[in-house]
Design a protein around this ligand. Structure first.
Ligand SMILES: Cc1cc2nc3c(=O)[nH]c(=O)nc-3n(C[C@H](O)[C@H](O)[C@H](O)COP(=O)(O)OP(=O)(O)OC[C@H]3O[C@@H](n4cnc5c(N)ncnc54)[C@H](O)[C@@H]3O)c2cc1C
Length: 254
């Protein structure tokens, strides 16, 4: 359990904000890169102190749930977009939506506010035999995709399918030479998040040779990418890693 404080907040596009958290305790974080994620603890509205769990293993959940809501912080899963251990800082990028606990906290976050993290590790692991990769995600997976691309060699042919809520959230990506990024935006259309990329993938040319797929985002998107690739395109199951980041209509627990 690592306790930090907000150093900066920056709106990147209308639907995305980056919050920099810092403090000497960042040195306790083992930086793994790629889609490394954390549980982010942040105060509920009106709470000035952050009451972090004291147990630094999976038993924290039991301890946490016994704390009354009046003093218990919110907890949400987020990706470490960037780590700068030399500056004792990490950046986290938030896909904002409505007045959810996470979005509201980002809007009120100010330098000096407390926030804490608990490392939950990575899912992305490129097998040695991979001759290419396919990355698929919605807006919640954009930070992880950008971080994966930071570590992708230019020699690895990579196809990226990214869906965001609005065209204004599409941003230039400093992608490696062998990467092609395909953007999709719902732009107010009444579509389930992930529907556009899923549709595009149905007919999309896939990387040649044996490639690895990583898919994340709304839970149906993640599972459907796998089903579609396996059932319709004959991709071996073991060449796909996927993770549901959130569920439409359901709040994250905690
Ligand atoms: C490993 C992992 C890494 C993640 N990394 C990131 C990250 O780097 N950046 C990021 O923004 N998110 C990330 N997420 C997703 C994030 O944890 C969820 O979107 C979370 O539910 C947001 O909490 P909230 O308080 O905004 O909404 P909640 O209180 O959880 O939900 C409130 C309502 O909003 C809906 N909802 C939740 N998320 C969204 C959304 N993005 N768009 C539209 N509706 C939504 C829910 O279905 C629910 O109806 C990650 C999730 C996981 C598991």
């Amino acid at each position: 359990m690592i306790t930090l404080e907000v150093r900066r907040r920056e709106f990147l596009t209308p639907g995305f904000a980056s919050v920099t958290l810092g403090g000497p305790a960042v040195r306790d974080l083992v930086v793994a890169g790629a889609d490394q994620a954390v549980r982010l603890f942040f105060p509920r509205e009106g709470q000035t102190a952050l009451r972090m769990p004291t147990v630094s293993n999976e038993a924290w959940i039991a301890q946490f749930m016994l704390v009354p809501k009046s003093v218990r912080p919110w907890v949400r899963n987020l990706t470490i977009r960037r780590a700068r251990p030399a500056d004792d800082e990490i950046d986290i990028e938030f896909a904002l939506h409505g007045d959810s606990p996470m979005s509201s906290w980002v809007r009120r976050a100010a330098p000096g506010d407390p926030a804490g993290i608990f490392d939950i590790g990575t899912v992305y692991r490129l097998p040695e035999h991979a001759e290419g990769q396919l990355l698929v995600g919605d807006e919640t997976a954009l930070p992880a995709v950008l971080s994966i691309l930071d570590g992708t060699p230019p020699s690895l042919p990579t196809e990226v399918y990214l869906e965001v809520a609005a065209e204004a959230d599409i941003r230039p990506v400093g992608a490696p030479a062998g990467t092609r990024v395909h953007w999709f935006s719902r732009d107010g259309a009444d579509l389930r998040p992930g529907a556009l990329v899923l549709d595009a993938l149905r007919e999309a040319p896939l990387p040649s040779g044996r490639f690895h797929t990583w898919a994340a985002g709304e839970s149906r998107l993640a599972t459907s990418v796998r089903r579609q690739l396996v059932d319709d395109r004959g991709v071996p199951r073991r060449d796909i890693s996927f993770i549901g980041y959130w569920r439409l209509g359901r709040s994250a627990p905690g």
